[in-house]
Write a protein that binds this ligand. Structure first.
Ligand SMILES: Nc1ncnc2c1ncn2[C@@H]1O[C@H](COP(=O)(O)OP(=O)(O)OP(=O)(O)O)[C@@H](O)[C@H]1O
Ligand SMILES: [Mg+2]
Length: 613
């Protein structure tokens, strides 16, 4: 009889189970795929982006998709999975099990307990500025409004609006909602000081997602004198908050610690100055804008309408709940999943499949994708800070060692001073050892950054023009994008069609460096693939005779050279690639990379085994 599985598992097996979070370094030469001609598809290639094309049933999910997913999981990467189909979450749960990473899976579902207030999370980042918040807020609302299809630069509203208004909304939010509430809450916990502020009647409950709270503030900004007077008290209370924050920050031993992290890099004087500016804006600039030359409230009306319709989008299907923090037993509100966990090796599955949740699924997934992208961009700073600290640690030692070598060389070696030769050798060795040590430590820091994969099968549902911007810097930040789709047309259609969509699609295709083309009968995609792979010019020699009879003396023989341009891979080749299934369960594709392979080509035909374990 066998023992219960949990009891029979050895320590080694339990350790193996946790391969994801246990791993600590990731070398760029980690092999993800072994290719023909002894070539490798490595982590470095993957970080430059991968795009897989293939018609329905061509085997892209079960061939290259599954193989790469397992490799990425076994390499211990963090993964964000966006789901178009219902079965995708289950597929990934199986992949995680096969890679012994079940414990790293976090499944985000509508009504589930894994939630994150992405905007608040970003706001709390050490040193997060109002401007960076503004960027995230604008892009997130633009994504919501364009059904996933855009960033702020394509949103009419943000193009024509003034940033001043929103910057002041965000600062007001920081003072009123975030800081005031936290101070009150801590005072309440403390029980020694009664709550100081009377902001509650204006503030939404604390677990209202930050994006909704900002939209609410937008909607309720005072729009005429009466309302303005009413809000007057609100501003007075906010000033008290600002003063309290300044007081707290000037006390080194303050009990609030990093709870007021939104202002953690700001001095008490700066806090007071910031409030003066915010108050000035609302009491003077905004008020005069409202009673402006036009005499109507057009600006305010459009802001109010924008906020209202965006709130409606967020509230549809309770999508906003995915971004609502969870209340703990001790009454605190916390994020139960964060983008930072991707950097710790979690596999976050956004299980709000498009086929079931339609637009709502798309919005939730696109917001999560954007959140993960922001995280990957943001964490580059931590790595750079560590590299800078290392540089400072070694700079003077390296300079000294170099100086020693230079000094001996400047004196010149002489047969009369043979000891100089030995001294030079010693100094050079010291310099080289130091350089090697420095290089090693630099590599350790770079390799300690865990690759984060953003995975989107049927990616046409999730692409936004912002992806190209992200992809431009993702490689150096170890952000791996894997997109799978049917055809180039499907990308166009989802990006809104027209010339702008075509341009955005081309940029995205160009930025995802490696392409895999599985079987396809879509002519534009096959022509695009053939075009990208390249053409060779063939010279054909032809000869002809215009003599009536071969033995005739009248007439002559003519020879000619014809140049013919041929695709290296003809478009019809893609129609005949293996699609998986019986008898051999193989999926074929043409891989196009950005490096030249030993045979002088930039492409090769590769085969995936659907039974890959
Ligand atoms: N594990 C498997 N073993 C055997 N056959 C499989 C396996 N997975 C898929 N297939 C078969 O292989 C073919 C390709 O399936 P796959 O789902 O990978 O295609 P796809 O390109 O992702 O299609 P779609 O665009 O519809 O998602 C299908 O005929 C499918 O039935
Ligand atoms: Mg598929």
């Amino acid at each position: 009889m066998t023992a219960a599985p949990t009891q029979s598992r050895s320590r080694q097996a339990r350790f193996r189970d946790h391969v994801g979070t246990a791993q600590r370094t990731w070398d760029d030469s980690t092999v993800l795929l072994n290719l023909p001609q002894d070539q490798k598809f490595t982590q470095r290639h993957a970080a430059a982006g991968l795009l897989v094309f293939g018609e329905t049933g061509s085997g892209k999910t079960s061939g290259p998709g599954r193989t790469l997913a397992l490799k990425c999981l076994r390499a211990g990467y963090g993964v964000l999975v966006l789901c178009a189909k219902e079965e995708e979450a289950l597929d990934w749960i199986k992949y995680a099990r096969d890679a012994r990473r079940s414990r790293d899976v976090v499944r985000i579902e509508v009504g589930g307990d894994f939630r994150c207030d992405f905007l608040l999370n970003e706001m709390r980042q050490y040193g997060s500025s109002t401007l960076s918040m503004l960027g995230t807020f604008k892009n997130a609302t633009a994504i919501l409004r364009q059904g996933g299809g855009g960033g702020a630069e394509n949103d009419q509203f943000w193009q024509s609006s003034s940033d001043d208004f929103m910057k002041n909304i965000i600062d007001l939010f920081k003072f009123s909602h975030l800081v005031a509430w936290e101070i009150c809450k801590l005072d309440e916990e403390d029980k020694t000081t009664p709550p100081t502020f009377g902001l509650d009647e204006w503030l939404p409950p604390t677990n209202v997602p930050c994006i909704l709270a900002l939209l609410n503030l937008m909607q309720t900004a005072p729009s005429h004198q009466e309302e303005y007077d009413e809000k007057g008290r609100f501003f007075v209370e906010c000033r008290k908050v600002a003063e309290k924050v300044a007081e707290i920050l000037s006390d080194k031993n303050n009990k609030y610690g990093d709870r007021i992290s939104v202002f953690s890099r700001t001095s008490p004087e700066e806090i007071k100055e910031l409030w003066r500016l915010v108050e000035n804006y609302w009491k003077r600039e905004w008020a005069s804008a409202l009673s402006g030359a036009s005499g109507d409230n057009k600006t305010h009306d459009s802001i109010r309408a924008y906020a209202k319709s965006t709130i409606a989008l967020l509230e549809r299907d309770k999508i906003a709940n995915l971004f609502r923090r969870v209340k703990t037993e001790d009454g605190r509100y916390v994020d139960t999943v964060t983008p930072e966990q991707l950097g710790e090796g979690k596999i976050i599955i956004v299980d709000v499949p498009i086929l079931r949740w339609a637009e709502s699924g798309k919005l939730a997934s696109c917001i999560w994708k954007y959140t993960a992208q922001r995280f990957v961009e943001r964490r580059a700073k931590t790595r750079n800070d560590r590299l800078e600290a290392l540089e400072q640690e070694y700079a003077s030692h390296l300079e000294e060692a170099q100086q020693e070598v230079d000094d001996i060389k400047a004196r010149g070696l002489s047969v009369w001073r043979p000891w100089d030769g030995a001294a030079l050798k010693k100094a050079e060795k010291k310099l080289n050892d130091l350089k090697r040590e420095h290089g090693q430590k630099e590599k350790e820091i770079k390799d300690s950054v865990r690759p984060v994969v953003i995975w989107a099968d049927e990616c046409q549902n999730f692409v936004t023009p912002l992806d190209s911007t992200y992809q431009a810097t993702a490689r150096s930040n170890r952000g791996i994008t894997v997109f799978l789709t049917q055809s180039s047309d499907s990308l166009d259609k989802e990006m809104g069609g027209g010339a702008a969509a075509e341009k955005a699609r081309n940029v995205l295709i160009a930025n995802l460096t490696t392409k895999m083309f599985c079987a396809n009968t879509n002519p534009p995609t096959n022509h695009m693939a053939a075009e990208m792979i390249g053409q060779t010019i063939k010279t054909l020699t032809s000869s002809g005779s215009n003599r009536a009879r071969p033995w005739s003396l009248v007439g002559g023989v003519s020879t000619g050279k014809n140049q013919q341009i041929n695709y290296d891979v003809m478009p019809e080749v893609f129609t005949k690639l293996k699609k998986g299934g019986p008898p051999d369960f193989q999926v074929e594709c043409i891989l196009l990379g950005n490096e030249v392979f030993p045979d002088g080509r930039k492409w090769m035909r590769i085969t995936f085994d659907q039974m890959f374990q």
